[in-house]
Structures are given as structure tokens and as C-alpha cells.
Design a protein around this ligand. Structure first.
Ligand SMILES: Cc1cc2nc3c(=O)[nH]c(=O)nc-3n(C[C@H](O)[C@H](O)[C@H](O)COP(=O)(O)OP(=O)(O)OC[C@H]3O[C@@H](n4cnc5c(N)ncnc54)[C@H](O)[C@@H]3O)c2cc1C
Length: 410
């Protein structure tokens, strides 16, 4: 079910099987051993280093890193499909862990296309040498996140984070919040306004900023309802000086960020699917064992009907996901609209699947030590990811009816 074997290449089948072995052999036992670890309020104590070390040993960190810099060689014409497949498998184990790695893959692809060769060599070498090396993509600020996703293209919507040229360097001031991997990343891609006279699409630039840069300070870890093994952070930039060659895109950074966003939305959907598959598999095992009314509960029609509903929703998400991933890989004109569609559709369908999983587990569904409630919490995180549902729906309508695009809401 979901990613049917018949659609997979040999390479994808190998990646899926490797990832499944890692999830079932390393991630799931770690989670089951102690369900309260997720709630440790010391963010550095939640995930033990072995989890990323084992991911590295399984070859799951190097996706997106060019082969010449030590990455895993993937067929470029099926990149989004392969990443989606692996993200689904990872999230079937833990979606926070999937978040951690997916950010690394997407940012590696972005860097491989935008950064100068010598910086790729430097940062990919550091990435390869340290399994705990994470990357973060910093767009969101306390003000105006949805305005930028749409994006409204008026100067009043421009980012509050600003970068100003000073000699050969750029000096960044501002604040980014809600950033995946933001608490513990070693390398940040940071978006900042570089021309206040024009709109977001003509005046936003992106920079590569290593964590040790003076003026970059990670100020907090945001405690979230789900995806808790990914540490979400807030970062302040005070006269943060980066060399000129660390500029990734000058004034057209949002257009170039499409390299990150298109597969990004596919991967949010893939993570949703993985969560749903995990919830479904555990629920099927439970309803085939739990006895009420003199028989295993799967043999009660109301239960059977819910199981069928869960399976159908996952199948539909898997089909749309594959369709969207293929459109990204083909560079098809409908890629943007399909990516938004699958992101929204998957997140809502999987919340419904996880609610059914909770209900079919009865009281056990609510118990921390059983782990079913975790699927629902993890699924809820994806409703707003990479744009809220309503904003993503706007983007679908904008793509279908371009005359509805406005420069600003007011
Ligand atoms: C766990 C997590 C991980 C994240 N990771 C990252 C990351 O790695 N990098 C990053 O840059 N950001 C990240 N974000 C931020 C995320 O992208 C934003 O939270 C999201 O885009 C919504 O922005 P907001 O929270 O400011 O809500 P707002 O934009 O304030 O939206 C609030 C509500 O208003 C609605 N709304 C907004 N504008 C309109 C409008 N014009 N018309 C109608 N309704 C509207 C929205 O749909 C929503 O329901 C993350 C957030 C979380 C919680």
C-alpha cells in the first residue's frame, strides 16, 4: 500500500528497505524504551547521539549532498519521489527525526545549487564529518509569516531582518522564530531584506551563516505539541557580519527558494503520510488482538469500517503524493499547485486517520506509554507547516485563477 512496489526503481527500493531497517531496528526501540524522553525539558537530552550516528551509517544523512562532496548519488529525475519515499519511512518511526533530516536534505540541495564551489566544499566536508551537524532555513519572523508565504509583494510586508553591505561583508540585524532545527543547527540559511524600496520578491536576499558567526545567537528552544525530537528555535542577529561570498541569492532569494519549497511541500505531505502509516499499522495490530463482545474488535462492523476508512485515506494521500512528486521531478507547470494541494490534503487526511487510531484504541489511545496519542500530536504539526491551510489554499486558487493575485490584502 501507499508507495506501491511496482512504481519503485531498484534504487528507491533499496533506499526504502535501508530506511525501514533503520527505523524498525533503531528508532522504534528507542521510542518504546522510554516514552517520557520526548518531554524532557532539556532539548539536548531528548535524542541520544546514536540516533543520528546510525542514520549517518545507514546513508540517510547524505541525501541532497552532491556525490562529489561525499553525498548519496540519487537519480536527479526522481529526486523528489525518492526523498518523499524515505521521508515517509522515517516519519513512520518518528516525525521529529524525519524533520531533522529532511531539513538537512532540502538545504543541501539549495546550497548545492546556490553556493560557490569553495563554500560547498567547506560546509559539506563539515557536514559529512559530524553526524550531529544540522541545518536550518530561516524565513519566519514574529511579524508577517503568512504575508510572505502568499506572498504579498508590497514594501510594507518586507522582512524586518535586514542585511546591509559594508565593504566586502554583509551585516545582518533581526530575528527569526519558529525555525526547524533552529535550536541546534550548525549552519543557517537566513533571508533578509536588502532593498526596502521594492517588494519582497525583488528585495529579499539569502545568506549562509555558520553558527559560530559573532552576532548570531540562538535565544530559545520552542516547546511544541508534536515533532518533539526536532528542536525548533529562535535566533537573533545583532550586527552579524558575514563575508560577501556567503550571499546565496541577491534580491531574488524568494524566487530561488523554489528549489527548497517545491520538494519541501511534497516532503511535508510525505511526513504526514508516514505518521498516518505508523498509526494505521499499530491500529491494525491492536484491533486484530483486542477482544470485546466475544470477538476481536476488527470483526465488529463499525471497527472494520473505520479501518477501511483509514486505509482509503492513506492510499489517496499516497497517490496524490506520488503525482505531485513526479510533477516536481519533471518540472511540470502544475508542480506548484499540486505541491500545495498534497500538503493540505495529506495533513488533513492524516489527522483524521490518527483520530480514528485514537478512538479504536479506546483508553489506551490516550496513554503516553502506548504512543498512539503521539501520532495525533505529530500530525497536528503539519497543518500549518510550509504555510497554513488557508494560505496554501489561496496559493492553489492564485495558480488556477491568476487574476485573484493582489499586491496586498488592504
Ligand atoms: C514546528 C514548526 C516548524 C517550523 N519550521 C519553520 C522553518 O524551518 N523555517 C521557517 O521559516 N518557518 C518555520 N515555521 C513557521 C511557519 O512556517 C509559520 O508558523 C506559518 O507559516 C504560519 O505563520 P504564523 O505562525 O506567523 O501565523 P500567521 O501568519 O499569523 O497566521 C495566523 C492565522 O491567520 C491566517 N491568515 C494569515 N494571513 C491571512 C490572510 N491574508 N487571509 C486569511 N487568513 C490569513 C492563517 O491562515 C492562520 O490561520 C515553523 C513553525 C512551526 C510551529
Amino acid at each position: 500500500m501507499y508507495f506501491q512496489d511496482r512504481y519503485l526503481t531498484d534504487e528507491q527500493r533499496l533506499m526504502r528497505d535501508t530506511c525501514r531497517r533503520y527505523v524498525d531496528g533503531v528508532v522504534v526501540p528507542f521510542l518504546r524504551e522510554n516514552r517520557t524522553r520526548e518531554w524532557d525539558m532539556d532539548p539536548t537530552a531528548r535524542l541520544v547521539p546514536e540516533i543520528l550516528e546510525e542514520a549517518d551509517a545507514a546513508g540517510l544523512r547524505g541525501l541532497g549532498v552532491p556525490e562529489r562532496f561525499g553525498g548519496v548519488a540519487l537519480e536527479p529525475t526522481a529526486l523528489s519521489q525518492t526523498l518523499a519515499l524515505v521521508a515517509t519511512e522515517l516519519a513512520r518511526g518518528d516525525s521529529g527525526l524525519a524533520d531533522k533530516l529532511v531539513q538537512n536534505w532540502k538545504i543541501s540541495v539549495l546550497i548545492s545549487q546556490l553556493a560557490p564551489e569553495h563554500l560547498q566544499e567547506e560546509y559539506f566536508a563539515r557536514y559529512n564529518a559530524d553526524p550531529q551537524f544540522l541545518m536550518a532555513h530561516c524565513l519566519t519572523e514574529p511579524r508577517g509569516a503568512s504575508d510572505r508565504w502568499l506572498p504579498y509583494n508590497a514594501p510594507s510586508v518586507n522582512m524586518d531582518t535586514r542585511a546591509v553591505r559594508d565593504g566586502d561583508d554583509w551585516v545582518i540585524n533581526g530575528r527569526k522564530h519558529f525555525i526547524s532545527n533552529g535550536y541546534d543547527a550548525s549552519l543557517f540559511v537566513v533571508y533578509a531584506n536588502t532593498d526596502d524600496a521594492v517588494g519582497l520578491q525583488q528585495g529579499t536576499s539569502s545568506f549562509l551563516v555558520p553558527r559560530e558567526t559573532p552576532g548570531l545567537e540562538v535565544v530559545r528552544c520552542n516547546e511544541t505539541v508534536g515533532g518533539r525530537f526536532m528542536n525548533n528555535g529562535e535566533i537573533a542577529f545583532v550586527d552579524c557580519r558575514v563575508p560577501g561570498d556567503h550571499l546565496l541569492a541577491h534580491n531574488d532569494a524568494l524566487a530561488k527558494a523554489g528549489i527548497y519549497f517545491r520538494p519541501g511541500k511534497v516532503l511535508v505531505a510525505a511526513k504526514s503520510l508516514g505518521i498516518g502509516v505508523g498509526a494505521y499499522e499499530e491500529t491494525v495490530a491492536f484491533v486484530r488482538e483486542r477482544v470485546q463482545g466475544g470477538r476481536v474488535i476488527l470483526h465488529h462492523q463499525a471497527v472494520a469500517s473505520r479501518v477501511a476508512d483509514m486505509a482509503t485515506r492513506l492510499e489517496a494521500v499516497g497517490a496524490l503524493l506520488r503525482h505531485a512528486a513526479v510533477s516536481v521531478d519533471e518540472g511540470s507547470p502544475d508542480a506548484d499547485v499540486l505541491c500545495n494541494m498534497v500538503k493540505v490534503f495529506a495533513s488533513h487526511e492524516v489527522v483524521a486517520v490518527c483520530k480514528n487510531a485514537m478512538e479504536l484504541h479506546g483508553g489506551y489511545g490516550a496513554m503516553l506509554e502506548v504512543g498512539i496519542e503521539k501520532y495525533l500530536r505529530d500530525a497536528l504539526i503539519n497543518l500549518h507547516s510550509d504555510g497554513t491551510t488557508d494560505v496554501s489554499n489561496f496559493k492553489i486558487v492564485q495558480a488556477m485563477f491568476p487574476e485573484t493575485v493582489g499586491s496586498y490584502a488592504g
